[in-house]
Design a protein around this ligand. Structure first.
Ligand code: SF4
Length: 347
């Protein structure tokens, strides 16, 4: 049997068939799931997908939503550019494609956040069109099966992987095959300890035969991740509210609500220092950030309500789109005693 026949036979018995985007399948739901699954595992993405589609059942609902609401629903999923791209893409589909996703690879790739593999995954799963994909899972399976050495992020290696994907993708059952190869990568041909005994394509897998499953695919060349540090003001008023600032659209946490950076505000009035929460570490793809906090109470509830800042009680703040560490911090704060939770968190 061919590679795809073995894979499909395996998938029918052992693959995933009840993912929320597999039921009520539509181009919009497939696209949404594909964007959410970039850099995110199925188990994490599932509840977000369900909340999103409840609030925005159709593409047009997403296009007409406020970006703040989209970011709030995305909050905690990370890589927020994906949420901004989704929203912008929905608007573009409304402007250019009568409110539907386009059915051509080129037009799909013209949408922000949709690369070649994502466009093909959408074509295959939404319209059952033959379109090879090459996401992280598929790269791993093919690099091992064909013993393609080198880091898949390198263009020469990626080219070989695309060739393999082209050759192995069958003419029929595009949607099932796409799901099958993603499932194989996620559940059997895992990054560590691939379960070759359960693998339907083990017989001719070169990495298995040559004992190289641990070394393939090749690792990204090591670069030390720079460390940065930022200081944030955890500013409370006499009612216990916190001051949040909306971050500019570009840069880290673009468009999300955050504690203001320490040097971005000029404070006046009576300030009472409160015990500050312990610093936090947060990993971005290109650097590590150490967050330090200065916890201060103002004597009066000053009003700062404009486009970029807002005084909010904790429950209101948690409804905004927040960076993950800020959410974690605010979740521990006590509404009634601004100092208590911070004292609890003191190292
Ligand atoms: S045999 Fe092992 S290494 Fe090869 S594709 Fe299957 S699970 Fe991956």
């Amino acid at each position: 049997m061919s590679f795809s026949e073995r894979l499909l036979a395996w998938w029918e018995r052992h693959g995933r068939h009840d993912l929320p985007w597999q039921t009520d399948r539509s181009p919009y739901r497939v696209w949404l799931s594909e964007i959410m699954l970039q850099q995110t595992q199925v188990a994490t993405a599932k509840p977000y997908f369900e909340r999103f589609t409840q609030r925005f059942p159709e593409l047009e609902d997403l296009a007409r939503a406020e970006i703040d609401e989209v970011l709030a629903l995305w909050s905690g999923l990370g890589y927020y550019a994906r949420a901004r791209n989704l929203h912008r893409s929905a608007e573009l589909c409304l402007e250019r494609h009568d409110g539907s996703l386009p059915e051509q690879a080129e037009a799909l790739q013209a949408l922000p956040g949709v690369g070649r593999s994502t466009a093909n995954a959408i074509l295959a799963q939404a319209w059952d069109r033959r379109a090879p994909i090459l996401d992280g899972n598929v790269k791993r399976v093919l690099a091992r099966h064909r013993a393609i050495a080198g880091w898949p992020g390198r263009s020469s290696v990626e080219k070989l992987l695309w060739q393999a994907a082209e050759e192995l993708t069958p003419d029929n059952r595009a949607a099932d095959y796409t799901q099958a190869i993603m499932d194989l990568g996620a559940t059997v041909c895992r990054p560590r300890n691939p379960d070759c005994r359960r693998c339907p394509v083990a017989e001719d897998c070169r990495a298995r035969i040559e004992g190289r499953t641990e070394e393939l695919p090749g690792r990204r060349p090591k670069k030390t991740r720079p460390r940065r540090q930022a200081e944030y003001l955890l500013l409370r008023d006499s009612a216990g509210r916190v001051l949040l600032e909306r971050r500019p659209p570009a840069g880290i946490w673009g468009g999300l609500w955050s504690l203001p950076e320490h040097d971005s505000l000029e404070l006046s009035g009576e300030l009472e220092p409160l015990p500050s929460p312990a610093p936090m570490e947060h990993e971005f793809s290109h650097f590590s950030l150490r967050l330090e906090f200065h916890h201060v109470r103002l004597d009066t509830a000053i009003q700062v309500e404009d486009r970029v800042t807002a005084w909010l009680n904790i429950a209101e703040a948690l409804e905004r789109g927040l960076p993950r560490p800020m959410r974690a911090l605010l979740e521990c704060l006590d509404e009634s005693d601004p100092g208590q939770a911070a004292r609890d968190r003191l190292r």
